[in-house]
Write a protein that binds this ligand. Sequence first.
Ligand SMILES: Cc1ncc(COP(=O)(O)O)c(C=O)c1O
Length: 468
Amino acid sequence: MKIFDNKIYGERDGSFCFDGQNLTELAETYGTPLYIFSERELKKNVREIDEQFRTLWGKVSIHYAAKCESTVAILQTIRKAGSNLEVNSGGELFKGLYSGFKGNQIVFNGVSKSEDEIEMAIINNIKSINVDSLYELKRVLRLAERLKERANICLRIVPEVSTGVVKGNETGTHESKFGITLDEVETAVCLAMENKSLIRLRGYHFHIGTQTYDLRSFTEAFRIMLQTAVAIYKSTGFGPELLNIGGGLPVPHYIDPTASQYMPRNIYAMLKSELTIERIAKELCQEMEEEQVRVWAGSEHAALFHDTELVLEPGRKISASAGVLLSRIENEKKRNELDESWLMIDAGFNTLMEVKTYFWYYHMVCANKINELHIKPFKVAGPCCDSGDVYFDIDYHKSLPDYRVFPESTEPGDLIAMLNVGAYGTPNMSNYNGRTMAGVLLIRENGEVVTIKSAQKYGDLVANEIKI
Ligand SMILES: Cc1ncc(COP(=O)(O)O)c(C=O)c1O
């Protein structure tokens, strides 16, 4: 896929444009580093996922994963596009409610929910607390009793499915910290069923990891969930009202093809992912069809999922392509020993953390010279005082391409635009090295550009501190 195949990108007067806005001009007006989001793209992404699944399965609900990008205006936009919400903390629950989501539109995941967070979820009568362990189930039960309320829950199960890439991105095996292993599910269901006045057990949940690029991982995990549901129905009589398949819908990155020569094949394929929502929807929805279930579960259980609601928690697929990050080149140097040219930009892991934690790839272009041929290899680094603050794999495990290609003439003062940064970008910003956090703009559907989060000033660095 080429960049300009995506109509959200364009060119005007030699400058790269995002959703019709000239990025060179935005950098002049607002400064850098600067995040820019598109309302149109956010809404389009929600609609696309919803439509692909809804045409194949009657009851579908999308719960956008707030951890990806939870600036209030963005949550509002996603809500107006018809999505519900997935949260991972009391803070995200607070932000969700503040942005206008109702309790019954919210599901709550997390391995370490506090009593306060669980109480907040129960009081707001949220759609589902996705219970992560037997201990947590007992805790929810105790708190529901104390509050004299009924808690809506699902059980987060461990399907034992690996997505075959970066360990830190895998969440569906017992080696990860998440969920209830299959041998404990029945005990949890029985406990919930014995306490129906306090617990409304609604179904099951899994999430196997982010950027799941291989369809087989989704199918395998979903089959295990369905088989578990049938087995538990047989032994306890509990049939799920909803099945939640988590997030992980992958985003295709415009990774430079030359990198495929030296990067591990699975990592390159994961970043480039060509798996479409259409294929995932088709594959998973047919798994629940009566004819399909009859084959392996027998005719008496064929209709078990007939009225089941299918819940999804996509994050990346909704917000990634809706965001770009603009950064200015502040310095350059030659490493004659290696015959390398380096560019130092003003956005490092304090602005875009995923590069450091997950060696995530973001495609880069020279925004103010977009018409010049991007052919010269450069190494790109951020401003923080760590050797690891670079946009390549410093340990040479080849989790990232070594070089980025820009025009021959690229130099300090030029602008770098990073694409697909709308997920896990702004929520991970920090004040490391005394750096202020970048501002965030939203391009409204009518073309208006509004600030939705102000860039920090130096005063913000000491705002919560107390002099002695
Ligand atoms: C429980 C859960 N649901 C949904 C998501 C969103 O995943 P993604 O952004 O890959 O769609 C995550 C993120 O890892 C998650 O932990």
